[in-house]
Design a protein around this ligand. Sequence first.
Ligand code: FES
Length: 160
Amino acid sequence: MDDFEKKIDDALANPQNQGEMADADSVGTVGSPDCGDMMRMWLKFSEKDGKKIIDRASFQAFGCQTAIAVASIATQLLKGKTAEEARHLSAQDLAGDLGTLPPMKIHCGQLVEGALRNALDSDSTPSPSNKPKNTLIGDIHSAKPKIIKIVPLETSDDQA
Ligand code: FES
């Protein structure tokens, strides 16, 4: 087992902030065009020193272990960040202590980045559809597919 796999295992041994957030201010959902995995992220904001910051973040995933590990770390990293700061975090930034994502796993981090961006965008245009009541699996199996917004994740030139 290499160092990256060991860190993934460590993150998965005690994943943080998994599950829906009933009082979230915004939620974002994305699907990966690369593998079909899906992720939803919830954000709760608060105010500190006159600035709106992320108070809490949580996630649900139909994704691989890397995506879950990155989301677990990302939801911890996001605490205390402004929306603007969060918007500038790349998939690699969100992976935090996992270190450099292997090329084959970059899209897993981008799934987390996409869910975060989608949640940040949702916050700027709040509507009832931004606050799904169902779990991610519930939405996938329910007759409410419109709640799930599939957005292609951007890939940079060096990953093409
Ligand atoms: Fe699909 Fe990792 S293989 S998110």
